[in-house]
Each structure stands twice: as structure tokens, then as C-alpha cells.
Design a protein around this ligand. Structure first.
Ligand code: ATP
Ligand code: MG
Length: 421
């Protein structure tokens, strides 16, 4: 990709209301453009990151038997009247009318619709377990949208819905998804901390949030330091506690082991039994021909929130430091002297060679050296290949690691070799 043709409107200034670093960096690097309160356009750099995150999620969900679908963003109110949630959901739901005065809504979540699709097609215990998931836009008319895409009104979510024949099977599915989530967040360079969550009015006791540690997180977490190195199985039973539920008197964690940090909720897994299958009459027949209402769970990941959360967890005072797995590009080539023939030749040669295997942003813009270097650090691609007049006279270019700042002086062919192998 040539930067001169790439739509990444970087800037030095940010609006005063951008209070947290991820919001500022996303605006400055030209990733998002606000269109209304809590509603953002996603520009090419951000789209690339959303797609990387989505790909990791899909790989790991497919691995445990998930089936990807697209439910709809617009749903008929009838489904929610059937489940009994239409009136209780409240003002977060955006309600719409079509030209025939029919009542619709913009999906804040899709339990009803998943249950509806299930009941139409699965009639026998042989069709269980079933796990359907999607990555799709949601709308929640949040009372206080803030921190950029961290708490938006329109946001991208991965949401999954499971159907099992009985509690034991549902528990197994829940555990599978739980472990899959740990893997997903780790692949993005994050350290997920499970937090026991409130199952709310629905009841049942299996509900965890996944938080990642960041100073700007909305919730304070109390946890045993051992949690940071616990195995996946241990994490199912040892988890952090949110401040509103933490009680020093009943806590079993010794004071010396206790850590308190702020966290950002990036995922939520939730078992809720037969609430929707019963209210929506979604049943299957078991071996004896008896009606069974499947045990259900739902599983969310804040895909668009993750973009901001990853930046909160990985940045410095110059800009974003993308983990390689979700970076918008693998490498960026900075041609510092466009008019110098040797620079141009080296840049074109490296670009042509490594583009076959890697995603490369070639900064061929006619801007100052300072701007190129600053934008590269701001955008935060993991590797910078810096081509300058003096170095190239000596047959070398600089290969800079954005995270460590380490610079290697090596020949263009060595650079190519490193990216191709
Ligand atoms: P919160 O307590 O942050 O409002 P929630 O409990 O309403 O979250 P869920 O319904 O479980 O969230 O949604 C699944 C995931 O979607 C959350 O874990 C979070 O990462 C993300 N999410 C929820 N609301 C928003 C929002 N307004 N903007 C961006 N992401 C969101
Ligand atoms: Mg919410």
C-alpha cells in the first residue's frame, strides 16, 4: 500500500474531550472519525485492525465448533415481545417503525433471534450441541457514551449463542468458550483476567467477564497476584472480584498477595439455562420423544472496544505499539529522500519483494523527514524500514523495532531475507 494513496488522515491536534490515550491516538492516527455522540466511522487503518481481531476470533471459535452466521441488525419487535424483554430493555434500545407502522428495533444483542433460528431448524436432540456466532454491529443508546469507541452507541461485537441438551453439556460448552476466550485475548498480546460477573435478574451462577488491565479502565479489580500466572483450568475457579463486590472481611487472599488494578471489560460469557428456550417455545425431542428445552448460554466480545483496549495496553508517548497479530501492517517503509535515486531504488526493491508475503505500507508521501518518522511511530506498525541518503550510500538501511526502539543497520537484501523467511 502506498501511503500517498492511503486514507489515513493523521494529525497533531485532538479535541479536548478526548480524555484517554486510546481515543487521542485513534483520532491522531486517522483511524476513526466521529459522526455523532458515540457513533464513529472506521477509516482504513482501523478497518485493518478490526479485521485482524475478527480473524483471530473466528479461527478460535471455529476450532471449538462454532458456526459463523450473520443475524440481522434490524429485528421485529415481536421476537422481543415473545421473550418478554421488549418492555424491560428500556431506553438503551433504539426502536424503529417501518412504512407500515410495524415495530422494529436495532439489535442491542441477539438472544431472541438466535433462539428463533434454532427453533425453526433444530427439532431433535441429534442437532445438539449447537453454537452459532456472528461479528456484527450493535446499537445501544448508552446514557453516557465516552472514551471514543470504548463505550460507543454503535459498536462491533462478536456474539455467540449455545444450545445444549442438559446442564452438564451446557457447562462443558461454557468451559470450552471460556478457554477459547483466554486464547483469543492472548493471541492479541493481552493478559485476560476473568472476573466473576453478576448474572443479573436471569439467575444461574455461571457468568464471567474478561477484563484486561489498564489504568483507564472503568472498573477496579481485586485479585490474587498468582492469577497472572495461573493455568486456564485454575482461571475458571480463581478470578478477580470487582470493587463493588469486594469485601476485605470475607476475602481469602492474604494481604501480601492482593493486587488492585483497573480493568477494561473486553468479553463476557454467560450461562442462563432455559430462559429463552422456554419463553420462546424452542424445544427438541429427546430419544424417548419427550420435549426438552435446551440449556443456553451467550458469549460476547467487544471487537471495536478491543481496538481501543489494545492501544491502552500497548503505547508510549510517541504513539501506538501494535502487537504483530493485530497490526494494520506488518512493516512500513520510510523513504526519507524521495528525490534521491538510490533511496528510491532501495525502497522500490524492498517494497516489491516483501509485499508478496507481508502487508507493507510504503511511505512515499512528499512530506518532511520529521513528519514521516513521527507518523510511523504514531501509527505503530511493528517494523520500520528506514531508507536515508547517507546510509544507502554505505549500502545499508535501518530496520527499527517499534516496540523496543532497537535499530539494525543491514543491507536491503538482508531486510528482504528477514521478511520473506
Ligand atoms: P458494559 O458493562 O461495559 O456496559 P455489558 O455488560 O453491557 O458491558 P455485554 O452485553 O456483555 O456488555 O456485551 C459484550 C461485550 O461488548 C462487552 O464485554 C464489551 O466488551 C462490549 N460492549 C458492551 N457495550 C459496549 C459499548 N457501549 N461500546 C463498546 N463495546 C461495548
Ligand atoms: Mg452495557
Amino acid at each position: 500500500m502506498l501511503f500517498s494513496k492511503f486514507f489515513a488522515p493523521t494529525s497533531k491536534d485532538v479535541p479536548a474531550d478526548a480524555k484517554i490515550v486510546s481515543h487521542r491516538l485513534m483520532l491522531r492516527s486517522g483511524m476513526i472519525s466521529q459522526t455523532a455522540s458515540g457513533i464513529y466511522c472506521w477509516l482504513p487503518l482501523a478497518v485493518r485492525v478490526l479485521e485482524k481481531i475478527s480473524k483471530i476470533i473466528c479461527e478460535e471459535q471455529d476450532e471449538i465448533g462454532g458456526n459463523r452466521v450473520y443475524f440481522t441488525t434490524i429485528q421485529p419487535a415481536d421476537l422481543w415481545i415473545e421473550s418478554g424483554r421488549y418492555d424491560v430493555y428500556g431506553k438503551e434500545m433504539l426502536r424503529l417503525k417501518d412504512r407500515k407502522e410495524g415495530e422494529f428495533l436495532y439489535s442491542p444483542t441477539n438472544e431472541e433471534q438466535a433462539t428463533d433460528v434454532f427453533r425453526k431448524y433444530v427439532k431433535s436432540y441429534r442437532g445438539l450441541p449447537t453454537l452459532l456466532y456472528q461479528i456484527h454491529w450493535k446499537f445501544r443508546d448508552e446514557i453516557r457514551p465516552r472514551f471514543g469507541v470504548m463505550r460507543g452507541r454503535e459498536f462491533l461485537m462478536k456474539d455467540g449463542y449455545s444450545f445444549d441438551i442438559d446442564f452438564d453439556s451446557a457447562k462443558k460448552t461454557y468451559e470450552k468458550v471460556f478457554k477459547s476466550y483466554l486464547k483469543i485475548f492472548r493471541r492479541m498480546g493481552l493478559t485476560p483476567i476473568p472476573v466473576q460477573a453478576d448474572s443479573g435478574a436471569i439467575g444461574g451462577n455461571m457468568s464471567h467477564e474478561f477484563q484486561i488491565l489498564a489504568e483507564t479502565g472503568e472498573s477496579a479489580l481485586y485479585y490474587d497476584k498468582k492469577l497472572l500466572s495461573a493455568s486456564d483450568d485454575e482461571l475458571m475457579t480463581t478470578f478477580a472480584v470487582a470493587d463493588e463486590k469486594y469485601d476485605p472481611k470475607t476475602s481469602t487472599v492474604a494481604e501480601k498477595d492482593l493486587a488492585v488494578s483497573r480493568g477494561i471489560e473486553v468479553g463476557h460469557v454467560f450461562y442462563f439455562g432455559t430462559k429463552y428456550s422456554k419463553s420462546m417455545n424452542a424445544f427438541v425431542l429427546n430419544e424417548k420423544g419427550e420435549k426438552i428445552f435446551p440449556e443456553m448460554g451467550s458469549y460476547g466480545i467487544g471487537v471495536s472496544r478491543l481496538v481501543a483496549a489494545i492501544i491502552e495496553a500497548s503505547h508510549d508517548d510517541r504513539g501506538i505499539i501494535w502487537p504483530e497479530s493485530v497490526a494494520p501492517f506488518d512493516a512500513t517503509i520510510l523513504n526519507l529522500h524521495l528525490k534521491n535515486e538510490k533511496c528510491r531504488e532501495a525502497a522500490s526493491e524492498i517494497y516489491a519483494a516483501i509485499s508478496s508475503k507481508k502487508e507493507v505500507l510504503y511511505d512515499d508521501r512528499d512530506v518532511t523527514v520529521g513528519e514521516k518518522l513521527a507518523d510511523a511511530d504514531l501509527i505503530g506498525v511493528p517494523w520500520q524500514i528506514i531508507i536515508g541518503q547517507k546510509k544507502i550510500e554505505n549500502g545499508v538501511v535501518e530496520l527499527k523495532n517499534r516496540k523496543t526502539g532497537e535499530i539494525l543497520e543491514i543491507s536491503p537484501s538482508e531486510v528482504i531475507g528477514r521478511f520473506l523467511n
